[in-house]
Design a protein. Structure first.
Length: 443
C-alpha cells in the first residue's frame, strides 16, 4: 500500500493498492488488440514508449497501417525523407513478432524498388496476413509479387497502380480470397485468355484497369461484380460468372470508348443469358450504347427472373436504348425498382422511330406486376420521357411511388406542367404517389 493525494477531493488522502493502478496491462492480448485496433500505428508506438510494460506491445499488434498520414507525420516529427522510409519499413517488419492480420501500405511517398516490395510482402504473407491493401499513386508501377497469389490466409486484397503478371502454374490462385479490388492495374499475362481461378471469391471490382480482356475469371461463388472504366472488357469475360447477383458497369465516354469495337463487348441478350442470377443491375449510358447493338426482342429469353433493382443511364432519343430498357422491364417478373438518369436527350437522333415505338398500342402488352418504385433523374421535358412515365403509371398496379427530378434547364412553369400531366394520367395503382421535385427533395 502507499498514500496518494487526490487533489480533486480538496486534498483528502486516498489509499490505493498499487496492484490496482494498471488493470489494463494485465488484460489478455486479444482484448488489448481489440482495444487498440482503431488507433493509428504511430499513436500505438507512442503509447508503447510510455511504459516498460507496453514497450514491445506494438511489435505483437496484428494490425500494421503504414498510410499516407503515417509517413507525413514521420517526415515532420522524425525528420525522415522518402529515402529513409524504406529502411524503416524493413526495421518494423524485422522486429514484428507474431501474426500480421491486417497490413496497409501506401507507397506513394516512398522511394523503393521492386525488390523492396517483394521482401515486404513476403514477410507479410509469411505472417499469415488476412487483409492486404497496397496504394501507389506514383507514375512508377511496381509488379505484384507471386507470393500474393498463393497466400493461403488472404481473404481481402485491395491494390492500386501495380503491374500484374500471373504465375505460370495452373493451380487455383488466391485460394481463400473473398474480396478483390483492383484499381489502375496493368495486366501482363504470359498468355491470352489466362484463367484466373478464384474458388471462394465473392466480390470483384475493376477500376480503370488495362488488359482485362486477357483474363477469363473462374469464380463460382461470386456475388458482386463492379467494372469502372475498364474499356477492354469482352463478352468472354462473363462466361463463368453466372452466379453474380449484383453487377455494376460504368464506362465514361472518352476517346478510347469512341473507338470501341462492338464485337468485343456484349449484347443485352447475351449479358442476361450469362449473368442469369442477377438481382441488381447498374449500367452507365456508355454501356447501354454497346449493349444495344442487336435487334432487341420484345422479351429477353431466358427471363431475368431474379432481377429486382435496375439503375440505368438512358438516352431517350435513341431507339436501341429505349427499346432495350422497356424489354428489360417487360422481361423481369420480379422487378421492384427502376432508377433512370436521363443522358444527353437534347440532340437530334432517330426521333420519329422512337415516337412510333412508344406510341404503338402493342408497346406494352402486359402489366409490370411487382414494380413498386420508379425514379427518373435529370428529366429534360421531351415527349419521349413523358410517354415513358405514362406507360409506367398505366401498367404498374403495385407502384407506390414515382419520383421525377427535373433538369436544371427546366423553368418552374415547365415543372408544374409536368406534374399536372402526370397527376391526370391513367394509373393502374390506386396508391401511387407522384413526386416532381429537385434533387434531394423527393422524399
Amino acid at each position: 500500500m502507499y498514500r496518494m493525494v487526490n487533489m480533486t477531493n480538496c486534498g483528502k488522502e486516498v489509499i490505493i493498492d498499487e496492484n490496482e493502478i494498471d488493470k489494463i496491462s494485465n488484460l489478455p492480448t486479444h482484448i488489448l488488440d481489440e482495444i487498440f485496433k482503431d488507433m493509428s500505428f504511430l499513436e500505438l508506438v507512442k503509447t508503447c514508449v510510455w511504459s516498460k510494460i507496453w514497450k514491445h506491445f506494438w511489435a505483437t499488434h496484428p494490425i500494421l497501417v503504414l498510410d499516407k498520414e503515417f509517413f507525413k507525420e514521420l517526415s515532420v516529427t522524425a525528420g525522415l525523407v522518402e529515402y529513409g522510409f524504406s529502411s524503416m519499413i524493413d526495421n518494423i517488419l524485422l522486429r514484428h513478432i507474431g501474426l500480421i492480420v491486417i497490413f496497409f501500405l501506401d507507397l506513394s511517398t516512398i522511394y523503393c524498388n521492386d525488390k523492396d516490395v517483394d521482401y515486404w510482402l513476403l514477410c507479410v504473407t509469411s505472417k499469415r496476413v488476412k487483409e492486404l491493401t497496397l496504394k501507389n499513386h506514383k507514375r512508377k508501377r511496381y509488379t505484384l509479387p507471386f507470393c500474393i497469389f498463393d497466400c493461403p490466409t488472404l481473404t481481402y486484397l485491395d491494390v492500386t497502380n501495380f503491374m500484374v503478371k500471373f504465375p505460370p502454374s495452373p493451380k487455383a490462385l488466391f485460394p481463400n480470397l473473398l474480396q478483390l479490388t483492383l484499381k489502375f492495374i496493368k495486366f501482363c499475362p504470359n498468355k491470352a485468355n489466362y484463367v484466373l481461378n478464384t474458388p471462394l471469391l465473392s466480390s470483384l471490382t475493376f477500376i480503370a484497369c488495362n488488359g482485362v480482356h486477357f483474363l477469363t475469371i473462374s469464380a463460382p461463388r461470386i456475388q458482386f461484380l463492379s467494372i469502372h472504366d475498364s474499356h477492354d472488357i469482352r463478352a468472354s469475360f462473363f462466361e463463368n460468372l453466372s452466379n453474380v447477383r449484383e453487377l455494376f458497369m460504368v464506362l465514361q465516354v472518352r476517346e478510347e470508348s469512341k473507338t470501341y469495337e462492338e464485337e468485343r463487348f456484349i449484347t443485352w441478350s447475351h449479358l442476361l443469358y450469362l449473368c442469369c442470377n442477377l438481382t441488381r443491375l447498374v449500367l452507365s449510358n456508355s454501356c447501354i450504347q454497346h449493349l444495344g447493338a442487336e435487334i432487341i426482342p420484345k422479351r429477353f429469353h431466358p427471363k431475368p427472373y431474379h432481377l429486382e433493382h435496375v439503375t440505368l443511364h438512358v438516352t431517350f432519343l435513341d431507339l436501341n436504348e429505349v427499346s432495350g430498357v422497356l424489354s428489360l422491364i417487360r422481361s423481369s417478373p420480379n422487378l421492384h425498382s427502376v432508377e433512370i438518369d436521363v443522358v444527353n436527350t437534347l440532340s437530334e437522333r432517330n426521333i420519329d422511330d422512337v415516337a412510333h415505338y412508344l406510341e404503338d398500342p402493342n408497346c406494352v402488352d402486359k402489366q409490370f406486376e411487382k414494380l413498386e418504385f420508379v425514379e427518373l433523374r435529370k428529366f429534360e421535358g421531351t415527349q419521349f420521357e413523358n410517354i415513358f412515365l405514362k406507360l409506367i403509371l398505366a401498367y404498374s398496379p403495385s407502384l407506390s411511388r414515382m419520383i421525377v427530378e427535373p433538369s436544371d434547364e427546366l423553368d418552374v412553369v415547365e415543372v408544374l406542367g409536368l406534374y399536372e400531366q402526370l397527376r391526370m394520367s391513367l394509373k393502374a395503382s390506386p396508391r401511387v404517389k407522384v413526386i416532381v421535385a429537385p434533387h434531394g427533395q423527393g422524399v
